[in-house]
Design a protein around this ligand. Structure first.
Ligand SMILES: C[S@@+](CC[C@H](N)C(=O)[O-])C[C@H]1O[C@@H](n2cnc3c(N)ncnc32)[C@H](O)[C@@H]1O
Length: 287
């Protein structure tokens, strides 16, 4: 007979759930309906125990105290976010970038350098996929260059992105030639790890940007292309529309916004023209 007691999961009382979920939704836009209580308990339970606390009430009183806000609140936000991502996720977007968007930009006289933003970049697979596509294009188009900004609200995700170290099996979807060009294998064969080469890691500047806040710190009409994929799904419709409007304001006229496979601007009053499913263009100003 197995006498091992199952690990007990600390239950979150209703009041604490409402307090935490209201905060996360108000500040970060992430919807947390009651069905998400179990998810919060499984993600936060360890942290509560680590802090030596026995209830969520005690935990929340602490994280919302002056000291807790400084020391732990952002770690809690890290635990609440879902960072699922992959290299070359939704490959049609990268194909469209390489075959249509980038050639279009270089055809335009004088446009030698473009600005791209990976908003909600998670642990870096998306911005590094962009680096690979952009570098390949750059190699064939002398004089072309780019600046790439990547942002997220999760500090832990940004740190992982910045380090650029991944399990070997994470890069399976990348063409062999690209793996050789952009990654270094760990010298220690027992550790199945790869790291993005320094020259390519340095192509990305990271920022912590909350897409739901007013101040992005990104200049008006400064971006040529924005990837904002698989994050709007966590927001309600009104918040999605507000975020898309703000992102649109950051795009140059003619600039392109790419959303995730299940996201769209349908039913929203936004100044974007759909050019492909999930791909939108800010119209050029009319003469
Ligand atoms: C599922 S991942 C998507 C990553 C990547 N864009 C992709 O499509 O593979 C969603 C990311 O959105 C981030 N996120 C959630 N709410 C956010 C907000 N209010 N502002 C910025 N990023 C947010 C999360 O931290 C997470 O890393």
């Amino acid at each position: 007979m197995n006498n091992v007691e199952p690990a007990t999961i600390l239950q979150m009382d209703k009041e604490s759930f409402v307090r935490l979920s209201t905060y996360i939704t108000d500040v970060y836009g992430i919807k947390l309906p009651p069905v998400k209580k179990a998810m919060l308990e499984s993600r936060l339970g360890k942290k509560v125990k680590q802090l030596g606390m026995n209830s969520y009430k005690e935990f929340l009183d602490y994280i919302f105290s002056d000291q807790g806000k400084k020391k732990e609140l952002l770690n809690v936000v890290d635990l609440v976010t879902t960072n699922k991502t992959d290299f070359l996720r939704e490959p049609l977007h990268f194909q469209f970038l390489s075959d249509v968007l980038l050639p279009g930009y270089v055809r335009k006289a004088g446009l030698k350098s473009i600005k791209i933003w990976s908003a909600a970049c998670s642990t870096g697979e998306e911005p590094y996929s962009l680096v690979m596509a952009l570098e390949e294009f750059k190699r064939r188009n002398i004089g072309f260059d780019y600046t790439l900004t990547a942002s997220d609200i999760s500090i832990r995700a940004i740190q992982t992105a910045h380090r650029g170290i991944y399990a070997l099996d994470r890069i399976e979807t990348i063409p062999v030639e690209w793996k050789r060009t952009y990654f270094l294998k760990s010298k220690d064969n027992t550790r199945k790890l790869v790291r993005v080469k320094p020259a390519f890691r340095s192509k990305i500047s990271y920022k912590r940007i909350n897409l739901v806040s007013d101040a992005y710190g990104v200049a008006h009409e400064s971006m040529d292309i924005i990837f904002c994929r698989n994050v709007l799904i966590y927001f309600d419709k009104t918040t999605q529309e507000q975020v898309i409007r703000r992102l649109t304001a950051c795009l140059k006229p003619g600039g392109i916004l790419l959303l995730g496979h299940s996201e769209s601007t349908m039913g929203m009053d936004v100044s974007l023209k759909q050019i492909k499913p999930t791909i939108y263009q800010r119209p050029y100003a009319s003469a």
